[in-house]
Design a binder for this molecule. Structure first.
Ligand SMILES: [Mg+2]
Length: 368
């Protein structure tokens, strides 16, 4: 068995409920979907979709450009040889982990289908049949943020992520306090600034909110700034945007800087890399999330599959963007929120989705 054809599709995922982060606003990201067609006819699907051009060091047009080199490099490879596949991709082009993630996820889907198994079983098996999710409260007035936090908890959410940054820190502090006032026992609050504060601002917020039980997620842009906030502030530090690869994550754990991670499949390079990081985090007792910053059912199913294998006590949750764009590629099995959790897709082997390449329209590229 060998990969005989690679198809690339571009699928716009228009937001229905726009939310704003410190540096950018999510509008209509164009998702890249890859279909790997094996010479036995089995099809594996992968996806990469960057929320905005500012969120990480890649963007959606760049993903498709990288696939012009990576697509042909997949031909003749055996999907289940994940190490060989990743080595071939790394030998083809440096970096470009979002494009590599799409192909790596497609290999997992393809190999699992060929073996007649769910991807989650190949990743080690689910620790539960649902995966806790976390929910974003966008940058808003204190009253609006508190109302949304209450409504989310009414719906069953137990992990809240309040976005901050990009405005006066007094406004951020007011929103944090308003949300903290409505946070209920059993609900975890992370304040995510997406790199938006200076160390002075982060420390002022941490001092002003010293009595509030919360974590600070990526308050500043660099490791050195995060180390300053960790050493001189009052709150645990969750690293998201700086958690770029396995070596960096290992260093952030051993240095004690990171108390937790927000991890994205497209930033690490797919399920093969995420599996290694999972084992490192679980062995080190460091909580992590398993998700991506945007995208449809395919990347969501991959994030939820890996999220299901986490020790539930060390899971920061699997976020899915479906509530923000409302698009399902598979209406019956696409991952969706249910009372603060996401259920694993149950549409059969692989990622559990029932998909047809033709549903994504004309491919923008075909390699065979
Ligand atoms: Mg984050």
């Amino acid at each position: 068995m060998a990969i005989a054809e690679v198809r690339v599709y571009a699928v716009p995922l228009e937001t229905q409920n726009i939310y704003t982060m410190s540096s950018s606003r999510v509008a209509t990201p164009v998702s890249t979907i890859v279909a790997l067609i094996d010479d036995d006819g089995t099809v594996g699907f992968g996806e990469a979709c960057l929320a905005t051009p500012h969120y990480q060091s890649e963007h959606n047009d760049g993903v498709r450009a990288a696939l012009e080199l990576l697509g042909p490099a997949m031909l003749g490879l055996e999907a289940q040889r994940f190490t060989v596949v990743n080595a071939a991709m790394d030998a083809t082009i440096e970096g470009q982990r979002a494009a590599k993630a799409a192909l790596d996820i497609a290999c997992w889907d393809l190999a699992a289908k060929q073996l007649g198994q769910p991807v989650v079983d190949m990743l080690g098996g689910a620790r539960s049949d649902h995966v806790v999710s976390y929910h974003v409260v966008g940058i808003a007035t204190p009253e609006e943020a508190a109302a949304e936090a209450s409504a989310l908890q009414d719906q069953g959410s137990t992990r809240l992520q309040l976005k901050t940054g990009g405005r006066l820190i007094h406004d951020d502090i007011a929103s944090i306090r308003a949300v903290a006032d409505v946070v209920r026992p059993g609900t975890d609050l992370a304040v995510d600034t997406n790199r938006g504060w200076s160390t002075v601002e982060a420390l002022q917020v941490s001092n002003a909110c010293a009595s509030i039980t919360m974590s600070l997620e990526q308050p500043c842009a660099t490791e050195a700034e995060l180390a300053d906030v960790k050493a001189n502030g009052h709150h645990p530090i969750v690293v998201d945007e700086n958690a770029t690869d396995i070596r960096t994550i290992a260093r952030l754990i051993t240095s004690g800087l990171a108390n937790g991670f927000g991890l994205k499949l497209t930033r690490l390079g797919g399920l093969t890399a995420m599996r290694a990081v999972r084992d490192l985090c679980m062995a080190s007792r460091v909580p992590m999330s398993s998700d991506d910053a945007w995208g449809g059912d395919i990347i969501a199913a991959a994030g939820v599959a890996l999220g299901a294998t986490l020790d539930p006590r060390l899971s920061r949750g699997a976020w899915i963007s479906h509530p923000y764009h409302g698009v399902h590629y598979d209406d019956a099995n696409g991952p969706r929120l249910d009372g603060g959790n996401v259920t694993l897709p149950a549409g059969g082997p692989g990622l559990g989705l029932v998909l047809d390449p033709d549903q994504f329209g004309e491919p923008v590229a075909v390699y065979r």
